[in-house]
Design a protein around this ligand. Structure first.
Ligand code: CS2
Length: 479
């Protein structure tokens, strides 16, 4: 507990308790500050309590335990400048830790009241090759295919999803929409493909009829999600207690901006999220592309350059003139290679993104955004390199992001020698390669397609930028 204040409980909200309508995998801070808030508002707008969220944590029990102590309630703080406001969110109906409560989780998947399954399991949770999107064939996938085939509890988010869907098919519990809320382009189609490939690996292929059931009864719409939600700090917990009067171990803090664009392709009923400001559109592809290549790509660039330059936060890094100039160059290249979603002004969008990054009240850490670059760069940055190259040009700025990421992972130290927190699934594979062998580094990282690795001119650019960063640092760069 954060302090001696009482725990928040349902009696503070009044109104009916939500009933289970949506199963969600991945109870992280982003989900709590995004979808859970939309769902809360949508239920409040209609007074219809049947879209409560059944939270499922694939691994850690901490948030689930906190939510259970607090009747599913938690606080969302909004931070902008000196202003901070608090809102208690009441859309969580249940919370389960999959490793200890798999029977209950499986039962929710097979419950006809559930018609939507949503996911925030992060890029690496999809178990797909970041470049090709195909299902990996590693120990984790093989173990989970065997677990699902044997009717046992899987361990990965994707395995839990497939097992849950299979149970639903067997129970004949009705159609279901599986909605990805992760930062991947074409996230719905990508997830549908991975689920299909997983099902096809089950014995009695294709997965005891699972493939046929999925084709008839499941939809995998894509969605673009956006809200900056840093990791929760002790200061957030203290502010929440001060503003609400309750101790809250599941508090999240976010910027005020929030956006959700959802492909309108549902297999059955869904929460009326549009009443809370979500947009339902026929094609979400242009929105996903714009968000990933303008916002997330710039975020990654700022995180690597910022961490190397010794900045702790994104806000401090984006205010540093050489970093700001690099990001503006990146945006110029990106804007020549993408189409604006209907009604968007991409230049204004790019400017608004930089303004949001400048929100120093968020304290968003560079090392948080820098994590998992090997999973993020293929969707955020590499497409800009490929698109400019296809047009007979090159994007120095996008290539610089690849070099800065390599430098960050390999050096693990800022330009002034301070250690950095490097979390990346490719870290050990990269550090096993001599830092001077850029071709082998790029092969080992598997973040760019093989024909780009084989492009001598492009590789020479990476070598130059890496060399420049290691000799002169981010602030003294010559290139
Ligand atoms: C960030 C995102 O951590 C990261 O990689 O770029 O989480 C970013 O804050 C969100 O996508 C904003 O919607």
């Amino acid at each position: 507990m954060a302090d001696a204040s009482p725990s928040v409980s349902r009696s503070v909200l009044g109104g009916p308790a939500p009933r289970p309508g949506v199963v969600h995998l991945g109870v992280g801070a982003f989900h709590r500050a995004h979808q859970a808030v939309y769902t809360d508002r949508a239920m409040a707008a209609t007074g219809d309590p049947r879209w409560g969220i059944v939270e499922v944590a694939p691994r850690s029990a901490d948030v689930v335990d906190a939510l259970r102590r607090q009747d599913g309630l938690f606080t969302v703080l909004e931070r902008s400048g000196d202003d901070v406001t608090a809102r208690v969110v009441g859309s969580v109906a249940e919370a389960w830790h999959a490793p200890s409560s798999w029977t209950e989780v499986a039962a929710r998947f097979a419950d006809p009241r559930i018609s939507v399954v949503t996911l925030t399991i992060t890029e690496k949770g999809y178990l797909g090759d970041p470049v090709t999107g195909a299902l990996l064939d590693d120990d984790a996938v093989r173990a989970d295919v065997a677990a699902v085939a044997a009717g046992e509890r899987p361990r990965t988010g994707l395995g839990l999803l497939v097992a849950g869907l299979r149970g639903r098919a067997v129970a004949d519990a009705g159609p279901v929409t599986v909605l990805s809320c992760d930062n991947l382009v074409g996230n719905g189609a990508r997830l549908g493909r991975l689920v299909g490939e997983f099902a096809a690996r089950l014995p009695g292929a294709p997965g005891y009829g699972l493939a046929a059931w999925l084709a008839a009864s499941a939809r995998f719409p894509s969605s673009m999600v956006d809200r900056i939600v840093p990791a929760t700090t002790a200061a957030d917990r203290a502010d929440a207690a001060r503003l609400t009067g309750f101790a809250d171990d599941a508090v999240v803090a976010a910027e005020s901006f929030t956006q959700w664009v959802i492909e309108d392709d549902f297999a059955g009923e869904r929460p009326p999220w549009e009443l809370a400001g979500a947009e339902l559109v026929a094609d979400v592809g242009p929105h996903e592309t714009a968000k990933l290549r303008v916002l997330n790509a710039a975020h990654s660039m700022i995180a690597y350059l910022g961490a190397l330059a010794g900045h702790e936060t994104i806000a401090a890094a984006v205010a540093d003139p050489p970093i700001r100039a690099a990001v503006e160059a990146l945006h110029r290249d990106v804007l020549t290679t993408i189409d604006a979603p209907p009604g968007w002004d991409l230049r204004a969008y790019a400017a608004s993104v930089l303004e949001r990054f400048a929100n120093s009240a968020l304290g968003h850490r560079c090392d948080q955004v820098a994590a998992d670059g090997s999973q993020k760069l293929p969707v955020r940055v590499v497409p800009t390199i490929l698109a400019t190259r296809a047009a007979g040009r090159s994007s120095a700025a996008a290539t610089l992001v690849v070099a800065a990421w390599l430098r960050f992972v390999l050096a693990g130290r800022s330009d002034d020698g301070r250690p950095l927190t490097v979390n990346d699934p490719a870290r050990d594979a990269l550090r096993a390669v001599p830092a001077s062998d850029v071709e082998r580094l790029l092969d080992a990282a598997a973040v760019v397609p093989p024909d780009l690795v084989a492009d001598d001119a492009w590789r020479a650019d990476v070598v130059r930028y890496l060399d420049d960063l290691s000799r002169h640092g981010v602030r003294g760069r010559r290139q």
